[in-house]
Write a protein that binds this ligand. Structure first.
Ligand code: 5RP
Length: 222
């Protein structure tokens, strides 16, 4: 099976976690796009979704799924999103699609995080994938130096020859050279550096369930 087929497989499998009659939290990325496409088949069974990015909002609306503002609704029963890396404990690196801040907000608003990913995303230790960090632009230099002190190399994410601007109007640093052995402590530490909006380690908002697309089918890690 191709990686795209594995993404479609887990996107479809995630439907079983959507609670009829309830608003669902929706992440961002190519795997989530497969989930959104599958969700269209049950759009009459749910009031709608809370979305984690402008891109997902657009896709949901195009399929006739209502999108609610996070402030209009209470706690969500489930949040479905992909990951750039996930370990067996459910700790993740996210933000490859630059949507990490809103993803973490919707994840925090949800009782249960269901991660959907193809098997290439499963790792023993987080850190091989360049760690996305959303930052306030004036703090970029200082945050780069703080990562250097940890052995990491931070690079400003670019798009069309200019710094990429997130949905929140901020920039992204991608940090290589890290091995994140204690994701909870790492997330807590980096979160309190002035100018960090969101660090792409999702340990405090870890996945409760991971639907992993493998050549043998969908494996459920809990
Ligand atoms: C976006 C994300 C995505 O969940 C992550 O990048 C995985 O994306 P894909 O499903 O395209 O591999 O965190 O900010």
């Amino acid at each position: 099976m191709t990686q795209d087929e594995l993404k479609a497989l887990v996107g479809q499998a995630a439907l079983q976690y959507v609670v009829p009659g309830e608003i669902v939290g929706v992440g961002t990325g190519s795997t989530v796009n497969k989930f959104i496409d599958a969700l269209a088949a049950m759009k009459d069974k749910i009031p709608g979704a809370v979305s984690s990015s402008n891109a997902s909002t657009e896709r949901l609306r195009a399929l006739g799924i209502q999108v609610f503002d996070a402030n209009e609704v209470g706690e969500l029963s489930v949040y479905i999103d992909g990951a750039d890396e996930i370990d067996r404990r459910g700790y993740m690196v996210k933000g490859g699609g630059a949507a990490l801040t809103r993803e973490k907000i919707v994840a925090a608003q949800s009782k249960r995080f269901v991660c959907i990913a193809d098997e290439s995303k499963l790792v023993d230790t987080l850190g091989k994938f360049p760690l996305p960090v959303e930052v306030i632009p004036m703090a970029t230099k200082r945050i780069t130096a703080l990562f250097a002190a940890k052995g990491g190399t931070a690079k400003l994410r670019m798009k069309d020859n200019a710094p990429l601007v997130t949905d929140n109007g901020q920039h992204i640093l991608d940090v290589t050279g890290l091995a994140i052995g204690d994701p909870l402590a790492f997330e807590s530490e980096v979160n309190q550096w002035p100018g960090v909006v969101t660090v792409g380690v999702f340990a405090h908002q870890k996945a409760a369930v991971c639907l992993l697309g493998t050549a043998a089918g969908v494996k459920t890690l809990e």
